[in-house]
Design a protein around this ligand. Structure first.
Ligand SMILES: *Cc1c(COP(=O)(O)O)cnc(C)c1O
Length: 496
């Protein structure tokens, strides 16, 4: 089998194996790891459609992680996709109205981040063993709400690791915060910051590449890695569920073999949708990826004009996990549409950090044809949740609501008849007040957990265990810091 290796999108540093790329998290020059070439597996979907989730995940993931043995990879996958998920299907595909919904929120923390973060700790620990890493691995994570809890759940008490999570104190839902601050485990640290998610992400990237910090770390027997979607080990597991969704449609006879479908993806850091793009490169028949944004429409504007411009107001919305102005994984797409020209990409990223903006060339714009982008306002998101609920008694969360509203716009504008899968990224129980409001219920009650009980009565779907657990567990973390004090929190936690 062909070995796939990884390089930085900015051209610096060396070419590394998959396990090294996962260990490093981010390349030394601040770029993101990308495969030097994309695998071409020549899939037979009639075979794939008979596989269960684990088998299919193995089939897809092995294409990327070629330096893991079959035994290693299967052990990781089997440990990840197990009883932590509340359904043996792992990722059910549900039909309601005009669209299908790929429910990626059946894992431990009720958000799609579990799809990758159930697997990443295993991949990482295996990578450390394979590469004879002696240091303890410290996972440094910025979260817009869901990554934090999913990473904490994945890494809590995993021997040889520690984890630090920074979240925007005033930018996550109450249930999201409660899930994080009640996290148990001897190796975990959770801190709110007074800044927004972009501040958290920038702060983390800075700590990662600060030579003085790295020196101190090394002296004390630690090394950093990342659980954010900048880590290729987060991205690769996500490719699998696009193939899975396609196979479900094929198996139920809703599409013919080879027929193209569309995916609508609620997008923030561009990791989820980029995994879909990779699935297409590997041979999945996809017509369009509908890139859905909320009022922070930096990506919508980029796809429309070719200019990425983060110089705008950061808006706190009811889909907080998409409140992002610096969409990290877009860098990987930029690299690919530049034909793998790392120097060109590095130039654009320099513009982004110096001027807050960059513009791609007309030739590069042609590479965006797999995507269609749109944004939905809070009103439009609520309208989508409400109409789907009223029509078919199917309740989605606010992020999925944004994607659904944008998918409706897409169909209206283009008349495209392809089957459309809306990627459903969170349980409605993580955003109870917003969801209740959307379906026309009064949500003035302060207590989000009381609201969860109300929602349960109305929609008739059981609350996920993570919500009931968060409710009765004591708060264990109450650190709040200024953005510039993030390094101090890390040093204090590690005793540097
Ligand atoms: C993280 C997240 C998103 C955005 O996904 P990206 O990979 O960052 O684009 C959307 N919805 C929910 C619920 C999320 O947690």
């Amino acid at each position: 089998m062909k070995q796939i290796t990884y390089v930085s999108t900015r051209g610096g540093g060396e070419e590394v194996t998959a396990s090294r790329a996962i260990l490093n998290g981010i390349a030394a020059d601040g770029g993101l790891y990308v495969p030097t070439e994309l695998p071409k597996p020549n899939w037979d979907f009639d075979v794939l459609k008979e596989m269960d989730y684990r088998e299919l995940a193995y089939t897809v993931i092995k294409e990327f992680l070629t330096d893991y043995t079959e035994e290693e990879l299967r052990a990781c996958i089997n440990a990840a996709y197990d009883k932590k998920f509340d359904t043996p299907e792992i990722a059910p595909l549900v039909k309601s109205g005009d669209f299908r919904y790929l429910e990626l929120y059946h894992g431990a923390t009720a958000a799609f981040k579990d799809m990758a973060l159930s697997l990443l700790p295993h991949l990482l620990v295996t990578a450390a063993k394979k590469n004879r890493i002696k240091e303890k691995i410290v996972i440094l994570t910025a979260t817009s709400g869901d990554t934090g809890k999913a990473a904490l759940a994945g890494f809590a008490d995993v021997p040889g690791t520690g984890i630090v999570v920074f979240y925007p104190k005033y930018g996550v839902s109450k249930i999201q915060e409660r899930q994080m601050v009640t996290q148990t485990g001897k190796n975990v640290c959770v801190a709110g910051i007074t800044g927004n998610f972009d501040d958290a992400q920038t702060g983390v990237k800075k700590i990662f590449t600060d030579p003085a910090m790295l020196e101190k770390l090394k002296k004390n027997g630690y090394r950093f890695s990342s659980a954010n979607s900048i880590n290729i080990g987060r991205l690769v597991p996500q490719v699998a569920y696009y193939v899975w969704a396609y196979c479900r449609l094929l198996k139920e006879g809703s599409i013919k073999k080879g027929e193209e479908i569309n995916f609508a993806v609620p997008t923030g850091n561009f990791g989820n949708i980029l995994a879909g793009f990779y699935a297409k490169q590997l041979g999945l028949p996809v017509h369009k990826f509908i890139c859905a944004s909320n009022d922070n429409r930096v990506l919508t504007d980029f796809f429309e004009t070719g200019e990425y411009n983060k110089n705008r107001k950061f808006i706190l919305t009811e889909s907080p996990s998409m409140d992002i102005l610096v969409s990290s994984n877009l860098e990987r797409l930029i690299y690919h549409i530049a034909g793998g020209d790392a120097a060109r990409n590095a130039e654009l990223m320099k513009d982004l950090s110096n001027k807050g903006a960059y513009t791609i060339t007309d030739v590069m714009k042609l590479g965006l044809s797999d995507f269609w982008a749109g944004a939905a306002s809070t009103e439009e998101m609520r309208g989508a949740i409400n109409s789907v609920f009223k029509a078919g008694h199917y309740c989605m969360d606010t992020h999925t609501g944004v994607a659904c509203a944008v998918a409706e716009k897409y169909v209206e504008e283009t008349g495209d008849p392809h089957v459309c899968v809306v990627v459903s990224t969170a349980s409605p129980y993580k955003f109870t007040a917003s969801v209740l409001k959307a379906i026309g219920e009064d949500a003035e009650d302060d207590d989000d957990f009381a609201l969860a009980d109300r929602l349960e009565k109305i929609i008739g779907v059981k609350q996920p265990a993570t919500v009931t657990t968060a409710r009765k567990s004591p708060v264990l973390h109450d650190t709040v810091c200024e953005t510039e004090d993030m390094p101090k929190v890390v040093e204090h936690f590690l005793g540097l």
